[in-house]
Design a protein around this ligand. Structure first.
Ligand SMILES: CC(C)(COP(=O)(O)OP(=O)(O)OC[C@H]1O[C@@H](n2cnc3c(N)ncnc32)[C@H](O)[C@@H]1OP(=O)(O)O)[C@@H](O)C(=O)NCCC(=O)NCCS
Length: 209
C-alpha cells in the first residue's frame, strides 16, 4: 500500500524516490515553463532528472535536504495502474529554505497553495525541525505567481537581494530575489492560522519521513 507523508483534500505529499517518481518528475524538469525561474537548465534527458533525485535526498551532512512529490489524489486517466499523477515537487533545496514547482498543466487551480500549506504543517510538526525559528523562501522579483502563493500561505516579505542568483534562462545574468519568511508557529495542527479558512480542512496522513 502506498504511504503518504501528508494529505489534503486534493493532494498527497510523498517522499521523493527514483522508483516512484522519475517519469513524472522528468515531465516537470524537462518543461521550459516549469523551469523558467530555475538555476538549473531544462533537463533534456532522463538521466539528468535521475541525478537530480539522487542529489535531493537527506545525507548525514545535509539532513534537511529533502523533497516530496505532490500527487493528485484523483487521477482519472491512470486508475488501472493504481499510480497517482505527480504534478509537482516541494522541499528544501537549502537548509531552512523551501522551493517548489508544478507542471504547467496544473497551474492556476490553487494546487501549489494547497501543497505549500500542507507542507508547512507537516514540516513544522517534525521534531527535527523544531530547532528552526523560521522557514524561508525566495522568489524572483518578477515571479508574481510564486510571490502570491507565498503570501496566501502566510509568508511575510523579507529581504530583497539584487542580482542574487544565476537563472539558467538568463544566460549567466543574475536575477533579483525577493525573500519571504514564515515564523515558527506557536502551536501545531490547527492551533495556528496558516492561511485562508478553507485551508483549515487540511488533514494528516501517515508520516513516512
Ligand atoms: C508558481 C507556481 C508554483 C504557482 O502554482 P499554482 O498552483 O498555479 O498557484 P496557485 O493557483 O495556488 O496560486 C497562484 C496565484 O498567483 C496568481 N498569479 C498567477 N500569475 C500571476 C501573475 N502573473 N501576476 C500576479 N498574480 C499571478 C494567481 O491569480 C493566484 O492567486 P489568487 O488565488 O489570489 O488568484 C507555478 O506557476 C510554477 O510552478 N511556476 C514555475 C516554477 C516556479 O516559479 N517555482 C517557484 C520558484 S520560487
Amino acid at each position: 500500500m502506498a504511504t503518504y507523508a501528508a494529505t489534503s483534500p486534493r493532494l498527497h505529499l510523498q517522499t521523493l524516490s527514483e522508483e516512484l517518481h522519475l517519469h513524472d518528475l522528468h515531465l516537470i524538469n524537462s518543461n521550459p515553463q516549469a523551469t523558467f525561474w530555475s538555476t538549473k537548465k531544462v533537463a533534456t534527458d532522463i538521466e539528468t532528472t535521475r541525478a537530480y533525485i539522487r542529489t535531493s535526498l537527506p545525507t548525514e551532512e545535509q539532513p534537511w535536504n529533502g523533497r516530496w512529490a505532490i500527487l493528485l489524489r484523483q487521477t482519472p486517466e491512470l486508475p488501472k495502474e493504481g499510480k497517482l499523477r505527480m504534478i509537482g515537487i516541494i522541499g528544501l533545496p537549502r537548509e531552512q529554505e523551501i522551493g517548489y514547482k508544478l507542471h504547467p498543466d496544473f497551474w492556476g487551480k490553487g494546487f501549489m497553495t494547497e501543497a505549500l500549506l500542507l507542507f508547512i504543517q507537516m514540516w513544522w510538526s517534525m521534531e527535527s525541525r523544531l530547532k528552526y525559528d523560521r522557514l524561508l523562501a525566495g522568489a524572483d522579483s518578477e515571479n508574481k505567481a510564486s510571490q502570491r502563493v507565498l503570501e496566501k500561505a502566510g509568508f511575510k516579505k523579507g529581504e530583497f537581494k539584487r542580482g542574487f542568483y544565476a537563472r539558467a534562462t538568463l544566460g549567466g545574468r543574475k536575477g533579483d530575489m525577493q525573500f519571504y519568511y514564515l515564523e515558527r508557529p506557536k502551536g501545531l495542527n490547527g492551533e495556528v492560522e496558516l492561511g485562508r479558512k478553507s485551508e483549515k480542512e487540511i488533514i494528516f496522513g501517515v508520516k513516512d519521513c
